[in-house]
Design a protein around this ligand. Structure first.
Ligand code: ADP
Ligand code: MG
Length: 676
């Protein structure tokens, strides 16, 4: 089968290139084909020079005006040209391409496509692609060029080339959905769809191709869940655990009163665990609604009954945070139970120690990452498994965690704001509890949407907050600069910010490529206020809780889905202080402002996501993924809610009428669940 063919079989891929592809998770031709573009570049109609704006990539038509000049020194030669149209003149520069001087003729017509940047207060087009004569542009106009996620040493062009080869060598008979199903839901054939997703001739082809792939992904997922549900439904409760008398005392001693919603959900969980059937429950609650304490109650109760309870978090940072706060509570409230941490980055020796403590039953509460579901871990009477931030995990992981030991109770926590109808599809095998109330002491976050001209003011504001003892987050979207993303670089940014802030303020930085020990160190320092500003990628989106942080500054906010921005915003406003969220945008497009403005007016995660979709419409190619929720490769549960419903209906139909088709549909596979 083509799936197992190594990419080395493709022309032009030697050992070196193979290694580069491995870095982005591609080792077989099948992996390659499923490496969908992150976005598309559209060669739009040219615009007038007077209409160009900072930060945009645009095409202009103009006449070469004056002489082309080369300046600078040997190490960096700069070629400068001016082009003119009826509305104005635009300066254009290239680096290290002095030979261009002889390419252009004064007075000649040219088409240029490039990014507009501001240099010494003048708008300049940097390093444009040249179409000379302008007719060369016609062939490209309105086409979509795929943009792939890159790694250093591997260009977009190289991926495109390999992709063409992979597609050409593809087995054309590989349709996986029954024809009847395709007709019924108007789904493209697989071959058409994969070609169309990588190299769409136009938007219509793209939309059609995408629909098919999203549908299939959802359908596989739903069928996997149905299988799970079948298995779960008749599970008798092996661990009947009533509420231990110490639990109420613990609740009474907490520094805050549980909200009514928290009380209600805790009651539901307690009833499940003491009931006839094994618990399979989802707790949904917006960021900051206080899900952790509810999970902690269930864990403590399990441990006090003499059984084990485990909690899995999607990132090391979050697992460690949970572990620290649980140990703290056990000590403060004098609860006679031991907890242990187990994460992938621990040394072999540390892990062995943890395994021992788990296996002999010394540790009753086990906190960790994926490491918790590895074979080496043997539990002793595992009665409860909790997964935090469930939407970050795949369905396979849901299952394998639940399979450790006998049939433990399952509790999953999610901040995903989704309406009930979707939750039932996505979490079909689970009962659903909702924490629909925020703790009463919360002061609403103040938001503002500003452009980069406001950056200095924002920094001054942060300085003032820090002088008052508070802390700040700054979010940059990407770690590495790649050809197609002009996003700020986290490391450079934090250095720059450190200079800006002076020696009294400590700036730290955090991103996914950092070694775990450094990440932990930085998080620890931030939690202890040794670091006042944390510059980070979206790593911190998941669950981090530092109530002293009051400012969240998000650079390039226009690049994020609103639902994600809402999650990020949830990192502040968690304590007793007034908090602020500053959305900074690199483009002054009206639509961007309008989109971000939704965040100003709402704190309801689901409402935010739906408004965003309404504004952008279904044809938004740059479909900034709303969420990356549930780790789907291409589908987005918000954007594609309608397809999700369709796939759900199809699943009903398949199970009812054609159960034998189930075998034809491959098992649901998730390639990677790397979060950060
Ligand atoms: P999330 O639901 O996003 O996981 P957390 O469980 O991390 O939220 O809770 C956010 C913060 O609110 C924590 O600092 C927690 O101690 C606090 N908290 C939880 N419940 C309450 C409550 N009932 N009253 C006040 N603060 C609470
Ligand atoms: Mg949480």
């Amino acid at each position: 089968m083509i799936k197992e063919t190594s990419i080395k079989e493709l022309k032009g891929i030697g050992e070196k290139t193979e290694k580069l592809f491995a870095k982005i998770g591609i080792s077989t031709v099948g992996d390659m084909i499923r490496y969908y573009p992150r976005g598309y570049d559209i060669y739009e109609e040219p615009v007038s020079i007077s209409d160009v704006r900072e930060g945009q990539v645009v095409t202009v038509n103009g006449m070469i005006f004056g002489r082309v000049q080369v300046s600078g020194n040997r190490s960096l030669q700069v070629t400068t040209m001016h082009v003119k149209d009826l509305t104005g003149t635009l300066k254009v520069i290239w680096f290290r391409m002095p030979y261009l001087r002889n390419t252009f003729q004064k007075g000649g017509a040219v088409t240029l496509r490039g990014k507009i940047v501001r240099k010494r207060n003048e708008l300049v087009m940097e390093h444009p692609e040249v179409f000379y004569p302008p007719e060369q542009y016609d062939g490209k106009k309105n086409t979509l060029q795929p943009i792939y996620g890159l790694t250093a040493g591997l260009s977009n062009h190289a991926i495109m080339k390999a992709m063409h080869q992979a597609l050409d060598g593809m087995d054309l008979t590989r349709e996986r959905l029954p024809k009847e199903l395709r007709m019924r839901y108007e789904l493209a054939e697989y071959n058409y769809a994969v070609r169309g997703i990588h190299f769409p001739e136009d938007k219509a082809v793209f939309m059609h191709a995408r629909k098919r792939l999203v549908f299939e992904e959802f359908l596989q997922f739903i069928l996997a869940i149905r299988k799970l549900k079948d298995k779960n439904e008749k599970l008798e409760n092996e661990y009947v655990i009533p509420v231990h008398p110490d639990i109420d005392a613990f609740i009474a001693k907490l520094p805050y009163k549980l909200t009514n919603a928290q009380k209600k959900v805790w009651k539901e969980i307690a009833a499940d665990m003491a009931g006839e059937m094994t618990m399979s429950r989802l707790v949904q609650g917006d960021v900051g609604s206080g899900k952790t304490i509810v999970a902690v109650l269930a864990l403590f109760n399990t441990a006090l009954s003499g059984c084990q309870g485990a909690m899995m978090a999607p990132t090391e940072v979050l697992a460690r945070q949970h572990y620290a706060s649980i140990c703290n509570m056990l000590e403060t409230y004098d609860i006679p139970v031991k907890a242990v941490l187990l994460t992938g980055s621990m040394t072999a020796k540390e892990k062995r120690r943890a395994y021992d403590r788990i296996e002999c039953g010394f540790a009753k509460i086990i906190i960790g990452t994926h490491a918790l579901i590895q074979d080496a871990v043997n539990y002793d009477n595992l009665a409860l498994v909790v997964t935090d931030e469930q939407h970050r995990f795949g369905v396979k992981q849901r299952e394998s965690f639940a399979q450790k030991g006998g049939t433990p109770h399952v509790l999953v926590m999610s901040a995903t704001p989704i309406p009930r109808t979707l939750a039932i599809i996505l979490y079909g095998e689970l009962d659903i509890s909702v924490i629909d109330e925020l703790p009463a002491n919360r002061i609403p976050i103040k938001n503002c949407v500003v452009d980069t001209g406001y950056r200095q003011t924002a920094y001054q504001f942060m300085k003032k907050q820090i002088a008052e003892g508070r802390q700040c987050y700054v979010i940059c979207p990407m770690v590495e600069e790649s050809e197609n993303m002009e996003a700020e670089n986290v490391t450079d940014y934090s250095r720059m910010l450190q200079d800006e802030m002076g020696a009294d303020v400590q700036v730290g930085c955090l991103h996914g490529k950092m070694k775990q020990v450094y990440k932990d160190e930085i998080m620890q320092q931030f939690a202890e206020n040794q670091i006042q500003i944390l510059v980070s990628t979206t790593v911190i989106e998941v669950g981090i809780d530092v109530p002293n942080a009051t400012v969240m500054l998000i650079e390039n906010a226009e690049r994020f889905g609103l639902a994600q921005l809402h999650q990020l915003r949830g990192r502040v406003g968690r304590g007793a202080y007034q908090s602020y969220c500053i959305f900074m945008t690199g483009s002054d497009a009206k639509e961007t402002k309008k989109r971000l403005d939704i965040l100003n007016h709402s704190n309801d995660g689901f409402k935010i996501a739906s408004e965003d979709l309404k504004l952008r419409g279904p044809g938004d190619l740059f479909g900034i993924r709303q969420s990356g929720l549930m780790d789907f490769k291409i589908g987005d549960i918000y954007q594609d809610a309608a397809i999700l419903q369709m796939a759900n209906e199809a699943a009903d139909w398949i199970l009812e009428e054609y159960p034998e088709w189930l075998k034809k549909i491959p098992d649901y596979e998730r390639t990677s669940s790397v979060i950060i």
